[in-house]
Design a protein around this ligand. Structure first.
Ligand SMILES: Cc1cc2nc3c(=O)[nH]c(=O)nc-3n(C[C@H](O)[C@H](O)[C@H](O)COP(=O)(O)O)c2cc1C
Length: 184
């Protein structure tokens, strides 16, 4: 898929997970896409905790995830995107580690879609509980997580079809202002 095509086809697909395994090479390819994401001053504050142990996935999902996100226990891989705020650039009081982590997450989501795999970024979990279970240091924030899975049925396009058909987004007129705020 071309980049623009992948961007438009990426969707959050927690309803389409399957326990079928994913090779370490493929997971590594996706992590490598995250690794090359840009970051403020190239500080590279983002870290990844990749959970592949089935018992650990079950434990962290059961203990820390919101009920609405319990489906992710069905994935063979669960990736936590983390960052230490002290590694962040700060400009005008804004700390950019969340932005950096977001860029890395988006690279992962797009790389996964390009490889025909499904993902679903989420923040709906108890950070402190997940941190404890995964042995993540106190000073490191867990920014978000995503399951990584083959589509439960058929190929990626089939899995994403319904979600994409129901996609809602604001129009460009509502969110893009040319030359000045609310400029037309
Ligand atoms: C920061 C962030 C947190 C999210 N947390 C959750 C979550 O806890 N549970 C969930 O089902 N989806 C979660 N989502 C997914 C969004 O609901 C989803 O991206 C949005 O509805 C747009 O749908 P799409 O990704 O399929 O285009 C999260 C997305 C982001 C970016």
């Amino acid at each position: 898929m071309e980049a623009l095509n992948v961007i438009h086809k990426r969707a959050s697909l927690k309803a389409c997970l399957t326990e079928k395994g994913i090779s370490t090479e493929t997971v590594t390819q996706i992590l490598d896409a995250a690794r090359v994401a840009p970051s403020g001053r190239n500080n590279q504050p983002t870290r990844f905790v990749i959970v592949t142990d089935k018992t650990l996935i079950n434990t962290v999902v059961k203990e820390a995830f919101a009920e609405a996100n319990a489906l992710v226990a069905g994935a063979p891989v669960l990736i936590f995107v983390c960052a230490n705020p002290k590694d962040s650039i700060v400009r005008d009081g804004q700390s950019y580690y969340l932005f950096d982590a977001g860029l890395a997450m988006e690279n992962m989501l797009l790389a996964a879609a390009d490889l025909g795999l499904v993902t679903h970024p989420m923040s709906g979990f108890d950070e402190a509980k997940a941190r404890k279970i995964l042995g993540i240091p106190e000073e490191v924030r867990i920014v978000a997580a995503t399951p990584l899975s083959c589509p439960a049925q058929g190929a990626y396009d089939e899995a994403a079809k319904e979600r994409l058909a129901g996609r809602t987004r604001k129009s460009l007129e509502e969110i893009a202002f040319w030359n000045s705020w609310e400029g037309k």
